[in-house]
Design a protein around this ligand. Structure first.
Ligand code: NAD
Length: 710
């Protein structure tokens, strides 16, 4: 029987659980929780959020959980309290971010206060409290577990523990910034909070975050045994008292702060604030520690930076999980990859390691051998980083076959062509693929910029042709542009989207057009960087400006990494498509002719003697120059992004922002080039672009696009 106890709640400032009904029996079912007291006098709270695949904390669930605690207190202390989840893959996924996004500050404050009160109350309950963790135990989920006396985790692949709040511009403020360092010692606590790292159960055990790791089906038995035999005596973290000494504590905070500044150039506020709070809280009484956490999160929650990061989280979730709205997705488990070069072997590795049977084909046996070598290196590296076991490596290799002749491809439902970037070669390959593959096979190409429609015209079933544009290196880059022509069928698009999602990547469906979205927006920016360099601005200054803007790599160094020949090739495609405003770079062409192709030849815009980038010191740059370069290049990125939005290349403009963040590392805290434009002000941007346009020799290079109305 469900009892709607929430109706009794009066939002009173001091008492948030007024008049809960006295339980008459030993089982209480609320909307989202079940409370039971068993024959051994152990109390069990099971979280099962209704209407949701995940358990999350919002005002409702927190208040209900408080009612559970209240009910247990009124019944008299149980022998122990065990908290578990009824969900298959999730313990508690954290706070309901929808409750924070765009919420008025008072609402956020209420939520934070409520969570702190409830978890403090849990921590103060007189019996031993145990969290039984199976599945994701993140943010507020781990903060609940930290308020318990012991944590038992399942050894499942689904189980992950961590406090990722700083990654979305927040800090753990339901006691996490205080209790994690208390449990693990300040150095480890700070590291986990600042990086937002998610731990596997085995690593969590090694650090002392969980007390026991057992198979999921043994969790209950292990909990009962632990209650009977007594909770494990916790070793005080090494030098715990030492790190509490004010001088030592502050020196540690200073060191971690410097590490964060080196990585983020101070552009991200949350990790810096988290260091301050966790360090001060580690030596403060509980009430003061909670105040510090609360004030910090309220300062951070409503900043544009945090709003962008939370928006990004939602967009990525949606793109990575939501099925394509039209068409029917067919399951794909057999994939052929044509070409065993950098991209072909990268795609083959990733697809095979995600459970697909993969045929990798190349005309050159040596290319196949090299491709296999790259795959083996990636797998070995995974073992070294403990991300993989030897068994995983063997299973992946067992799913991989290689071939250098044109064998029939009837069993492969998806063929991904990743051969050399040459339209005539690709047309020939596609003609052959149409003959060799089954009647329903999807023919995909990984081309960087060639027309998918032109390729599709070479086969009898153009509706089965699609672009799957993976990025380099495949194992690191989360984005795949799914490029559709006017003829691509909805079923094929839905299947490709589902396949990419199953690979754990984020698909973004893009209309076929030169450069698609990412290269289309990136190339004018890279070309402009080269032009600036030609006018006398040092490569280091240009790179420094964009690093300060938040890009992970400056444009000159990025060109060297891509290869100047490859960049020139893509630039040519785009210049041919938009001759009115894009012109190639003579400097780039000269360097290509001289064989200076970037990192791969040891010389590009930088010199790479001894295998590494020869870091020249920046001789002199003034702030005005840095700002000039930033404006010029950032405006160009946003201008091209606005054109893509205007042309409707993606279903929603926000997908352009997501594609640029995932495909190029555009600074996430800026929300993407369209969001940046919005923050900069479209009117301001138009004025600046017009001024740049008249002062630039290349006609129309800075002609403002039609900006979306703000
Ligand atoms: P690569 O030169 O490393 O590899 C191309 C491979 O294709 C070679 O091993 C070659 O032997 C093979 N090949 C040539 N003709 C073939 C045929 N008829 N049948 C089978 N194999 C054949 O090139 P790459 O960097 O892996 O690029 C492959 C594709 O991916 C290109 O279209 C490129 O534009 C695109 N792409 C490249 C990158 C990148 O950064 N390298 C990123 C995204 C997309």
């Amino acid at each position: 029987m469900k009892t709607h106890l929430l109706e009794n709640i009066v939002a009173d400032k001091d008492s948030f659980i007024p008049n809960p009904p006295t339980p008459a029996n030993r089982v209480h079912s609320l909307n989202h929780f079940k409370v039971e007291r068993d024959h051994e006098d152990i109390a069990w709270i099971t979280f099962d959020m209704q209407g949701s695949a995940a358990n999350v904390w919002n005002e409702n669930t927190l208040r209900e959980f408080a009612l559970c605690l209240e009910a247990l207190s009124r019944e008299g202390a149980a022998k122990a309290l065990v908290i578990q989840s009824a969900k298959d893959k999730i313990f508690i996924a954290g706070a309901d971010l929808k409750a924070v996004r765009n919420a008025p500050v008072r609402r956020v404050e209420t939520l934070i206060q409520l969570g702190q009160k409830v978890f403090n109350r849990l921590a103060a309950m007189p019996m031993p409290k145990l969290a039984l963790i199976h599945g994701a135990c993140l943010g507020g989920g781990l903060e609940l577990a930290l308020a318990c006396d012991a944590r038992l985790a399942s050894d499942s692949e689904q189980t992950r523990l961590g406090l990722p709040e700083t990654q979305i511009g927040l800090i753990p403020a339901w006691g996490g910034s205080t209790r994690l360092p208390q449990l693990l010692g300040l150095p480890t606590g700070l590291e986990l909070i600042v990086t937002g790292k998610l731990l596997k159960p085995s690593s969590a055990k090694r650090l002392g975050l969980v007390d026991q790791v057992v198979p999921r089906e043994h969790l209950e038995k292990a909990a009962r045994k632990m209650i009977t035999e007594g909770l494990p005596k916790r070793d005080v973290p090494l030098n715990h008292a030492f790190w509490k000494l004010p001088g030592i504590r502050n020196a540690l905070a200073h060191r971690v702060r410097n590490q964060v500044l080196e990585k983020t150039r101070g552009l991200y506020q949350a990790p810096l604030r988290a260091i301050e709070v966790a360090t001060a809280a580690s030596a403060a009484p509980l009430e003061k520690a909670m105040d510090l956490e609360r004030h910090a999160i309220l300062d951070l929650a409503l900043t544009p930076q945090t709003e962008h990061l939370i928006d990004l989280f939602f967009r990525k979730e949606e793109a990575s999980k939501k099925p394509y709205p039209r068409g029917v997705a067919m399951p794909i488990h057999e994939v052929a990859v044509i070409g065993a070069g950098v991209m072909g072997s990268g795609i083959a590795h990733w697809a095979a390691s995600r459970g697909n049977h993969v045929l990798m084909q190349d005309i050159h046996p040596l290319a196949l051998a090299k491709g296999l070598g790259r795959i083996q290196d990636l797998l070995k590296d995974g073992i070294k980083r403990r991300a993989l076991t030897r068994r995983d490596m063997q299973d992946t290799l067992d799913r991989l076959t290689m071939e250098h002749t044109s064998v029939p491809l009837a069993r492969y439902h998806l063929v991904i062509e990743a051969a050399t970037e040459d339209m005539e070669l690709k047309k020939k390959i596609f003609t052959g693929l149409a003959e060799r593959s089954g009647p329903d096979a999807i023919l995909a190409t990984n081309t960087s910029a060639l027309s998918i429609a032109e390729l599709a015209a070479t086969v009898p079933h153009p509706e089965r042709v699609i672009g799957l544009h993976f990025f380099n290196p495949v194992h690191r880059m989360p984005l795949v542009e799914v490029i559709v022509t006017d003829q691509t069928s909805d079923d094929v698009t839905a299947t490709a989207v589902a396949f990419v999602q199953r690979l754990g990547k984020t698909p973004i469906v893009v209309k076929d057009s030169p450069g698609f979205v990412v290269n289309r927006i990136l190339m004018p920016y890279l070309m402009e960087a080269v032009r600036l360099h030609e006018t006398g601005v040092a490569a280091e200054v240009i790179d420094e400006a964009m690093l300060e803007f938040g890009m992970p790599m400056g444009p000159m160094r990025l060109l060297d990494e891509i290869g100047l020949d490859v960049a020139d090739h893509v630039a040519n495609t785009l210049c041919a498509a938009y001759p009115d405003r894009l012109t190639g770079s003579s400097l780039l062409k000269r360097l290509v002719t001289e064989g200076k192709l970037g990192k791969k030849t040891g010389q590009g815009f930088y010199s790479y003697k001894d295998g590494g980038r020869n870091r020249k010191t920046v001789i002199h740059h003034d702030d005005a120059m840095i700002e000039h370069v930033q404006h010029r290049l950032a405006l160009l990125l946003s201008n091209e992004a606005a054109r893509c939005a205007y042309e409707g290349l993606t279903r929603q403009p926000s997908e352009i922002d997501l594609a640029m963040i995932l495909g190029t590392g555009y600074p996430p805290f800026r929300g993407g080039p369209l969001a940046w434009l919005n923050d900069f002000g479209t009117d301001n941007a138009a004025v600046e672009l017009r001024m740049l346009n008249v002062s630039t020799p290349e006609p129309n290079a800075f002609e403002p696009a039609a900006f979306p109305k703000t």
